[in-house]
Write a protein that binds this ligand. Structure first.
Ligand SMILES: Cc1cc2nc3c(=O)[nH]c(=O)nc-3n(C[C@H](O)[C@H](O)[C@H](O)COP(=O)(O)OP(=O)(O)OC[C@H]3O[C@@H](n4cnc5c(N)ncnc54)[C@H](O)[C@@H]3O)c2cc1C
Ligand SMILES: NC(=O)c1ccc[n+]([C@@H]2O[C@H](COP(=O)([O-])OP(=O)(O)OC[C@H]3O[C@@H](n4cnc5c(N)ncnc54)[C@H](O)[C@@H]3O)[C@@H](O)[C@H]2O)c1
Length: 475
């Protein structure tokens, strides 16, 4: 083996992927399936990325448990003794740990089956063809590669004036170690993470103060749906404070005091800071290959996910928007294809769906009414309310609605917005039609097809009929 920078090169690969989250996994699997010699370097002793260990999977598993609890306590079937069941955060963490274990087993098996070498340790560049990997036992390995994919993900943004070492001040990573049973929590940041955790804690009966520095919740949503989530969070007891910036956050022995720049003073058992994320760039020593990250630790890439260095690609949260596990898998596969073929014809879809696992859930794809109005697009809307669907009545989930926005003349679907139980699944039925070309994207599809009955999918027929009935005569 050759020597590099006075370290012995221990192995050589066609491709090395750094990070085993969805972006890295997507790239590594695609490259391995195409017969390449691939290694994945992962700093965590277990595979799966932050997605599996700290982000998507644990938060969705926690939310699932809370939702079952709410359902149980609300169901007339189980309500006979009138004593509501309680669960603590610690108790529901057990379920999420079980799901994480299953995910790690499953995802680890992919690497074994596809002959991808797994190297546990933290990677940093020596030059564009060599990485140094610092292993957990302190030993250092030097590996050589023709090409490399950076998929190191992101972590919670931690402003310097917040004491994250305090035992009652958490971010979305450390909240997964919360062992006590808080009676109240202040959540700073009402982005997707803040809203999802507000639903989880409120569902457990914890008093929640949600501090938002903007004027509305999740302002990228169609305003009807942003209003709906505000209404339902408030209706469930969450206190939402819009347009507030924190001034100080002070941890005490028995709780946390937050003051706002407007002079408010709040107190709770603990605080979750969930306001933004930073790319995991520092340990990579990208200076050694002449790369530079922006102030959020993110890398710039071209449409094929190639960085300014010809054999170095980057995918997932490390490149910023959309910063979703859903998109990260696709980015990984697209980058792998581009690395093998010079370019990838398939691009990430432009209408990335959103799936927000608040209680109730929200999901959308395509344009909002505000965008279409601003662009002077002639559209009409069709609505279905869950409370009018047999399946929702059976399931006792009558909170929710589906809105179809379609072009008044061409009847093309332009946007779909849904909230309520299973919204993030329901949205994909409409998305499949919306993606059709050559006239296939037409609201009449939902009127002319036969849906299983009773199903939530029936909402599409109801909404389509509602919209068509509302169309004004052309002259
Ligand atoms: C609380 C929360 C909830 C979320 N919910 C959703 C959701 O419902 N749906 C959705 O689509 N997205 C969700 N996301 C976003 C999603 O988790 C991320 O977009 C996704 O994890 C990004 O994947 P990735 O592959 O880029 O990186 P990550 O999943 O962040 O994985 C990166 C991996 O790289 C490793 N690594 C970092 N540096 C090095 C190094 N130098 N050497 C070796 N290894 C390294 C890390 O240890 C990590 O395992 C959520 C995020 C959070 C925080
Ligand atoms: N269901 C889902 O799809 C889901 C669920 C949870 C999280 N996520 C992902 O997690 C992230 C959500 O993060 P969030 O809720 O903390 O906030 P966010 O992305 O909504 O950002 C909150 C605020 O922090 C700012 N900010 C972001 N990064 C910063 C940084 N490094 N330094 C300073 N300011 C910064 C933003 O401009 C914004 O004003 C998103 O990337 C989202 O895609 C998705």
């Amino acid at each position: 083996m050759p020597k590099h920078h006075s370290k012995k090169v221990t192995a050589s690969y066609d491709f090395v992927v750094i990070g085993s989250g969805p972006a890295g996994e997507g790239a590594a699997m695609m490259l391995a399936k195409r017969g390449q010699k691939v290694a994945i370097v992962e700093a965590n002793p277990r595979l799966g990325g932050n997605c599996t260990h700290r982000g998507t999977i644990p938060s969705k598993a926690l939310r699932h448990s809370v939702n079952r609890l709410i359902e149980y306590n609300a169901s007339p079937l189980f309500k006979k003794d009138q004593v509501p069941r309680r669960l603590s955060f610690k108790e529901i963490l057990h379920h999420s740990e079980t799901v994480i274990r299953k995910q790690v087993n499953l995802r680890s098996s992919f690497y074994v089956r596809n002959d991808v070498s797994v190297i546990h340790g933290s990677a940093s560049f020596l030059d564009k063809n060599h990485l140094q990997v610092k292993k957990h036992d302190g030993s250092i390995e030097c590996i050589q590669m023709k090409n490399v994919v950076i998929a190191t993900g992101s972590r919670p943004y931690r402003p310097a004036d917040v004491d994250f070492a305090h035992p009652r001040i958490y971010d979305s990573d450390t909240v997964l170690t919360l062992q006590h049973d808080p009676r109240s929590i202040i959540i700073v940041g009402a982005g997707v993470i803040g809203c999802e955790y507000a639903s989880i804690f409120r569902g457990l009966g914890v008093k929640v103060d949600l501090v938002n520095n903007r004027e509305r919740l999740l302002s990228f949503l169609d305003s009807e749906f942003s209003d709906a989530i505000s209404y339902h969070l408030r209706n469930n007891g969450v206190i939402i404070r819009h347009g507030e910036e924190y001034k100080t956050i002070e941890g005490r022995d028995d709780g946390v005091i937050l003051t706002t720049t407007s002079g408010k003073r709040m107190y709770a058992d603990c605080l979750l800071f969930a306001n933004g994320r930073s790319g995991n760039i520092e340990r990579l020593n990208i200076e050694a290959i002449g790369l530079e990250a922006n102030h959020r630790g993110q890398l710039e890439v071209d449409p094929n996910y190639r960085t300014n260095v010809d054999n170095v690609y980057a995918v997932g949260d490390i490149i910023g928007y959309p910063s979703l596990a859903s998109a990260a898998y696709d980015q990984g596969r697209i980058a792998a294809t581009a690395m093998l073929e010079g370019t990838c014809e398939t691009k990430l879809i432009s209408d990335i769906p959103t799936g927000i696992y608040t209680i109730p859930e929200i999901s959308s794809v395509g344009a909002t009414e505000e965008q279409l109005t601003a662009d002077n697009v002639p559209y009409e809307v069709g609505r279905a309310q869950f409370k009018h669907l047999a399946r929702a009545q059976i399931a006792d989930s009558d909170v929710g609605s589906l809105k179809l926005i379609f072009h008044r003349d061409t009847l093309e679907i332009l946007g779909i917005h849904c909230f309520g139980e299973r919204a993030s699944e329901i949205i994909h039925i409409g998305q499949a039609i919306m993606e059709q070309k050559n006239g296939g994207n037409n609201i009449n599809y939902f009127i002319n097809t036969t849906f299983n009955y009773p199903t939530m999918a029936e909402a599409y027929r109801v909404a389509a009929l509602n919209g068509m009935n509302r169309l004004a005569p052309k002259n």
